[in-house]
Design a protein around this ligand. Structure first.
Ligand code: GDP
Length: 295
Protein backbone atom coordinates (compact mmCIF):
# COMPACT_ATOMS: atom_id res chain seq x y z
CA UNK A 1 0.00 0.00 0.00
CA UNK A 2 2.97 2.24 0.56
CA UNK A 3 3.59 1.93 -3.11
CA UNK A 4 0.13 3.01 -4.01
CA UNK A 5 0.41 6.08 -1.81
CA UNK A 6 3.78 6.99 -3.17
CA UNK A 7 2.67 6.29 -6.72
CA UNK A 8 -0.37 8.47 -6.34
CA UNK A 9 1.60 11.31 -4.84
CA UNK A 10 4.14 10.86 -7.58
CA UNK A 11 1.42 11.05 -10.20
CA UNK A 12 -0.10 14.09 -8.58
CA UNK A 13 3.25 15.83 -8.39
CA UNK A 14 4.06 14.72 -11.89
CA UNK A 15 1.18 16.86 -13.10
CA UNK A 16 3.07 19.84 -11.78
CA UNK A 17 6.44 18.68 -12.99
CA UNK A 18 5.06 18.34 -16.50
CA UNK A 19 3.60 21.81 -16.71
CA UNK A 20 5.69 24.49 -18.26
CA UNK A 21 3.54 27.10 -16.67
CA UNK A 22 1.85 26.55 -13.40
CA UNK A 23 -1.28 28.25 -12.29
CA UNK A 24 -3.07 28.41 -8.98
CA UNK A 25 -5.61 26.01 -10.49
CA UNK A 26 -2.84 23.46 -11.19
CA UNK A 27 -1.61 23.71 -7.62
CA UNK A 28 -5.12 23.27 -6.25
CA UNK A 29 -5.74 20.27 -8.49
CA UNK A 30 -2.48 18.65 -7.51
CA UNK A 31 -3.14 19.14 -3.85
CA UNK A 32 -6.55 17.60 -4.31
CA UNK A 33 -4.77 14.50 -5.65
CA UNK A 34 -2.35 14.59 -2.74
CA UNK A 35 -5.30 14.76 -0.35
CA UNK A 36 -7.03 11.87 -2.07
CA UNK A 37 -3.84 9.81 -1.88
CA UNK A 38 -3.49 10.49 1.83
CA UNK A 39 -7.11 9.58 2.52
CA UNK A 40 -6.70 6.39 0.50
CA UNK A 41 -3.75 5.57 2.71
CA UNK A 42 -6.01 5.82 5.76
CA UNK A 43 -5.05 9.30 6.81
CA UNK A 44 -8.00 10.88 8.56
CA UNK A 45 -9.83 13.20 6.10
CA UNK A 46 -9.63 16.23 8.35
CA UNK A 47 -5.89 15.80 8.82
CA UNK A 48 -5.37 15.33 5.09
CA UNK A 49 -7.37 18.48 4.39
CA UNK A 50 -5.44 20.51 6.94
CA UNK A 51 -2.26 19.18 5.44
CA UNK A 52 -3.05 20.27 1.91
CA UNK A 53 -4.31 23.66 3.10
CA UNK A 54 -0.99 24.26 4.86
CA UNK A 55 0.99 23.16 1.83
CA UNK A 56 -1.09 25.41 -0.42
CA UNK A 57 -0.54 28.43 1.80
CA UNK A 58 3.17 27.77 1.90
CA UNK A 59 3.27 27.20 -1.84
CA UNK A 60 1.63 30.56 -2.47
CA UNK A 61 3.84 32.29 0.09
CA UNK A 62 6.92 30.93 -1.59
CA UNK A 63 5.90 31.98 -5.05
CA UNK A 64 5.75 28.48 -6.45
CA UNK A 65 3.89 29.85 -9.44
CA UNK A 66 6.80 31.94 -10.56
CA UNK A 67 9.57 29.60 -9.40
CA UNK A 68 12.01 28.23 -11.94
CA UNK A 69 11.22 24.64 -10.99
CA UNK A 70 7.75 24.71 -9.44
CA UNK A 71 7.31 20.92 -9.49
CA UNK A 72 10.48 20.35 -7.47
CA UNK A 73 9.52 23.10 -5.10
CA UNK A 74 6.14 21.46 -4.51
CA UNK A 75 7.75 18.05 -3.94
CA UNK A 76 10.00 19.61 -1.33
CA UNK A 77 7.12 21.42 0.33
CA UNK A 78 5.01 18.28 0.53
CA UNK A 79 7.96 16.26 1.87
CA UNK A 80 8.89 18.87 4.46
CA UNK A 81 5.31 19.19 5.58
CA UNK A 82 4.84 15.40 5.83
CA UNK A 83 8.04 15.19 7.89
CA UNK A 84 6.81 17.94 10.17
CA UNK A 85 3.45 16.24 10.55
CA UNK A 86 5.11 13.03 11.67
CA UNK A 87 7.22 14.72 14.27
CA UNK A 88 10.16 16.56 12.77
CA UNK A 89 13.20 15.17 14.57
CA UNK A 90 13.59 11.56 15.69
CA UNK A 91 12.69 11.18 19.39
CA UNK A 92 14.86 9.11 21.75
CA UNK A 93 13.86 7.17 24.86
CA UNK A 94 14.63 8.02 28.47
CA UNK A 95 17.36 5.73 29.76
CA UNK A 96 18.28 7.91 32.73
CA UNK A 97 16.48 5.86 35.40
CA UNK A 98 18.27 3.50 37.76
CA UNK A 99 16.90 1.28 36.42
CA UNK A 100 14.95 2.87 33.58
CA UNK A 101 11.51 1.35 33.50
CA UNK A 102 9.73 0.99 30.17
CA UNK A 103 6.08 -0.01 30.18
CA UNK A 104 4.66 -1.53 27.01
CA UNK A 105 0.97 -1.05 26.30
CA UNK A 106 -1.26 -2.08 23.42
CA UNK A 107 -3.82 -4.54 22.13
CA UNK A 108 -3.21 -8.26 21.94
CA UNK A 109 -1.54 -9.10 18.65
CA UNK A 110 -0.15 -5.59 18.17
CA UNK A 111 3.37 -6.94 18.55
CA UNK A 112 4.10 -5.98 22.17
CA UNK A 113 5.97 -9.13 23.15
CA UNK A 114 7.95 -9.21 19.92
CA UNK A 115 8.81 -5.54 20.26
CA UNK A 116 9.77 -5.93 23.93
CA UNK A 117 12.33 -8.50 22.78
CA UNK A 118 13.52 -6.32 19.91
CA UNK A 119 13.95 -3.32 22.19
CA UNK A 120 15.85 -5.40 24.77
CA UNK A 121 18.08 -6.73 22.01
CA UNK A 122 18.62 -3.22 20.60
CA UNK A 123 19.50 -1.79 24.01
CA UNK A 124 21.83 -4.68 24.74
CA UNK A 125 23.68 -4.70 21.44
CA UNK A 126 23.55 -1.01 20.44
CA UNK A 127 23.51 0.78 23.79
CA UNK A 128 25.49 -1.67 25.96
CA UNK A 129 22.61 -2.00 28.41
CA UNK A 130 21.76 -4.97 30.61
CA UNK A 131 17.97 -5.20 30.23
CA UNK A 132 15.46 -7.30 32.11
CA UNK A 133 12.27 -8.42 30.39
CA UNK A 134 9.21 -8.78 32.60
CA UNK A 135 6.23 -11.00 31.78
CA UNK A 136 3.15 -9.30 33.17
CA UNK A 137 0.41 -11.04 31.23
CA UNK A 138 -1.28 -12.87 34.08
CA UNK A 139 -4.03 -14.35 31.91
CA UNK A 140 -2.14 -16.25 29.26
CA UNK A 141 0.60 -18.64 30.38
CA UNK A 142 1.49 -18.91 26.69
CA UNK A 143 2.41 -15.22 26.74
CA UNK A 144 4.90 -15.81 29.57
CA UNK A 145 6.33 -18.72 27.63
CA UNK A 146 6.60 -16.61 24.49
CA UNK A 147 8.61 -13.95 26.32
CA UNK A 148 10.88 -16.59 27.82
CA UNK A 149 11.61 -17.96 24.36
CA UNK A 150 12.35 -14.43 23.12
CA UNK A 151 14.64 -13.85 26.12
CA UNK A 152 16.56 -17.05 25.42
CA UNK A 153 16.91 -16.13 21.77
CA UNK A 154 18.58 -12.80 22.51
CA UNK A 155 20.32 -13.77 25.75
CA UNK A 156 18.31 -11.43 27.96
CA UNK A 157 16.98 -12.38 31.42
CA UNK A 158 13.20 -12.72 31.81
CA UNK A 159 11.43 -12.12 35.11
CA UNK A 160 8.14 -13.96 35.58
CA UNK A 161 6.02 -15.19 38.47
CA UNK A 162 3.57 -17.73 37.09
CA UNK A 163 0.50 -18.05 39.26
CA UNK A 164 0.80 -14.51 40.60
CA UNK A 165 -2.35 -12.74 39.40
CA UNK A 166 -1.28 -9.23 40.39
CA UNK A 167 0.64 -7.41 37.64
CA UNK A 168 1.41 -4.44 39.90
CA UNK A 169 3.04 -6.78 42.38
CA UNK A 170 4.98 -8.59 39.61
CA UNK A 171 6.23 -5.27 38.17
CA UNK A 172 7.39 -4.02 41.56
CA UNK A 173 9.13 -7.31 42.35
CA UNK A 174 10.81 -7.18 38.93
CA UNK A 175 12.13 -3.66 39.52
CA UNK A 176 13.51 -4.73 42.93
CA UNK A 177 15.10 -7.77 41.25
CA UNK A 178 16.64 -5.52 38.57
CA UNK A 179 18.19 -3.27 41.20
CA UNK A 180 19.70 -6.23 43.04
CA UNK A 181 21.02 -7.85 39.91
CA UNK A 182 22.49 -4.95 38.00
CA UNK A 183 19.85 -4.56 35.30
CA UNK A 184 19.76 -0.95 34.14
CA UNK A 185 16.62 -1.20 31.99
CA UNK A 186 13.37 -2.99 32.86
CA UNK A 187 10.95 -3.67 30.00
CA UNK A 188 7.49 -4.63 31.18
CA UNK A 189 5.34 -6.57 28.71
CA UNK A 190 1.71 -6.28 29.76
CA UNK A 191 -1.47 -8.16 28.89
CA UNK A 192 -3.43 -6.95 25.91
CA UNK A 193 -6.95 -7.67 24.80
CA UNK A 194 -8.43 -7.96 21.35
CA UNK A 195 -10.22 -4.64 21.76
CA UNK A 196 -10.03 -1.73 24.17
CA UNK A 197 -11.93 -2.61 27.33
CA UNK A 198 -12.27 -1.13 30.76
CA UNK A 199 -10.66 -4.01 32.65
CA UNK A 200 -7.51 -3.84 30.53
CA UNK A 201 -7.33 -0.06 30.80
CA UNK A 202 -7.74 -0.16 34.57
CA UNK A 203 -5.08 -2.83 34.90
CA UNK A 204 -2.46 -1.00 32.86
CA UNK A 205 -3.38 2.34 34.44
CA UNK A 206 -2.81 0.77 37.87
CA UNK A 207 0.62 -0.51 36.86
CA UNK A 208 1.41 2.91 35.39
CA UNK A 209 0.50 4.73 38.61
CA UNK A 210 2.31 2.24 40.86
CA UNK A 211 5.65 2.03 39.07
CA UNK A 212 5.87 5.47 37.45
CA UNK A 213 7.78 4.28 34.37
CA UNK A 214 10.39 6.43 32.64
CA UNK A 215 8.70 5.58 29.37
CA UNK A 216 5.29 4.27 28.51
CA UNK A 217 5.26 3.07 24.94
CA UNK A 218 2.10 2.36 23.03
CA UNK A 219 2.52 -0.46 20.52
CA UNK A 220 0.24 -0.46 17.50
CA UNK A 221 -0.11 -2.60 14.42
CA UNK A 222 0.28 -0.26 11.44
CA UNK A 223 -1.90 -2.60 9.37
CA UNK A 224 -4.97 -1.64 11.39
CA UNK A 225 -5.34 1.71 9.61
CA UNK A 226 -7.93 4.06 11.01
CA UNK A 227 -8.59 1.75 13.98
CA UNK A 228 -5.02 2.34 15.05
CA UNK A 229 -5.86 5.98 15.62
CA UNK A 230 -8.89 5.21 17.79
CA UNK A 231 -6.93 2.70 19.86
CA UNK A 232 -4.07 5.17 20.27
CA UNK A 233 -6.49 7.81 21.47
CA UNK A 234 -8.10 5.45 24.01
CA UNK A 235 -4.73 4.43 25.47
CA UNK A 236 -3.41 7.98 25.48
CA UNK A 237 -6.47 9.27 27.32
CA UNK A 238 -5.74 6.84 30.15
CA UNK A 239 -1.95 6.65 30.17
CA UNK A 240 -0.73 9.89 28.63
CA UNK A 241 1.95 7.72 27.06
CA UNK A 242 5.35 8.98 25.90
CA UNK A 243 5.68 7.44 22.50
CA UNK A 244 4.30 5.17 19.83
CA UNK A 245 5.77 1.99 18.36
CA UNK A 246 4.49 1.26 14.88
CA UNK A 247 4.82 -2.44 14.10
CA UNK A 248 4.47 -4.54 10.96
CA UNK A 249 5.66 -1.82 8.62
CA UNK A 250 7.21 -4.58 6.53
CA UNK A 251 3.74 -5.74 5.55
CA UNK A 252 1.28 -4.56 2.97
CA UNK A 253 0.62 -1.54 5.05
CA UNK A 254 -0.49 2.00 4.46
CA UNK A 255 1.56 4.91 5.69
CA UNK A 256 -1.49 6.70 6.99
CA UNK A 257 -1.38 5.39 10.54
CA UNK A 258 1.91 7.17 11.24
CA UNK A 259 0.54 10.48 10.09
CA UNK A 260 -2.86 10.21 11.77
CA UNK A 261 -1.63 8.88 15.11
CA UNK A 262 0.95 11.61 15.45
CA UNK A 263 -1.60 14.28 14.58
CA UNK A 264 -4.26 12.96 16.94
CA UNK A 265 -2.29 12.03 20.07
CA UNK A 266 0.57 14.49 19.54
CA UNK A 267 3.13 11.96 20.72
CA UNK A 268 6.25 10.97 18.82
CA UNK A 269 6.57 7.68 17.01
CA UNK A 270 9.81 6.33 18.47
CA UNK A 271 10.51 3.00 16.81
CA UNK A 272 9.15 0.90 14.00
CA UNK A 273 8.93 -2.87 13.69
CA UNK A 274 9.84 -4.21 10.28
CA UNK A 275 9.61 -7.97 10.67
CA UNK A 276 9.28 -10.89 13.05
CA UNK A 277 12.99 -11.30 13.74
CA UNK A 278 14.65 -9.77 16.78
CA UNK A 279 16.74 -7.34 14.76
CA UNK A 280 13.77 -6.04 12.73
CA UNK A 281 13.61 -2.76 14.65
CA UNK A 282 14.42 0.75 13.49
CA UNK A 283 14.44 4.15 15.09
CA UNK A 284 11.60 6.15 13.54
CA UNK A 285 12.89 8.96 11.39
CA UNK A 286 10.04 11.20 10.19
CA UNK A 287 12.03 12.39 7.19
CA UNK A 288 12.78 8.83 6.08
CA UNK A 289 9.14 7.92 6.45
CA UNK A 290 8.17 10.95 4.37
CA UNK A 291 10.68 9.85 1.72
CA UNK A 292 9.23 6.36 1.79
CA UNK A 293 5.68 7.65 1.46
CA UNK A 294 6.58 9.95 -1.37
CA UNK A 295 8.86 7.46 -3.09
P1 GDP B 1 1.33 -9.15 21.41
O1 GDP B 1 0.09 -9.98 21.59
O2 GDP B 1 1.01 -7.69 21.34
O3 GDP B 1 2.41 -9.45 22.39
O4 GDP B 1 1.88 -9.50 19.94
P2 GDP B 1 3.07 -10.46 19.50
O5 GDP B 1 4.39 -9.87 19.83
O6 GDP B 1 2.81 -11.85 19.97
O7 GDP B 1 2.93 -10.37 17.92
C1 GDP B 1 1.78 -10.85 17.23
C2 GDP B 1 2.23 -11.42 15.87
O8 GDP B 1 2.76 -10.37 15.06
C3 GDP B 1 3.32 -12.45 15.98
O9 GDP B 1 3.08 -13.46 15.05
C4 GDP B 1 4.58 -11.68 15.63
O10 GDP B 1 5.57 -12.50 15.07
C5 GDP B 1 4.06 -10.69 14.62
N1 GDP B 1 4.84 -9.45 14.57
C6 GDP B 1 5.19 -8.63 15.58
N2 GDP B 1 5.88 -7.56 15.11
C7 GDP B 1 5.97 -7.69 13.77
C8 GDP B 1 6.56 -6.92 12.69
O11 GDP B 1 7.14 -5.84 12.89
N3 GDP B 1 6.42 -7.42 11.44
C9 GDP B 1 5.78 -8.60 11.18
N4 GDP B 1 5.69 -8.99 9.92
N5 GDP B 1 5.21 -9.34 12.15
C10 GDP B 1 5.32 -8.91 13.42
Amino acid sequence: MFDSLSDKLDNALHILKGHGQITEVNVAETLKEVRRALVDADVNYKIAKEFTTTVKEKAMGQDVLTALKPGQMMVKLVKDELTELMGGEAAGIDLSGKPSVILMAGLQGSGKTTFSGKLANYLKTKKSKNPLLVACDVYRPAAINQLQIVGEQIGVAVFSDEGNQDPVNISQAAIAFAKQNGHDVVIIDTAGRLAVDEAMMTEIANIHVAIKPNETLFVVDSMTGQDAVNTAKAFNDRLNFDGVILTKLDGDTRGGAAISIKSVVKKPIKFIGTGEKMDAIDVFYPSRMADRILG
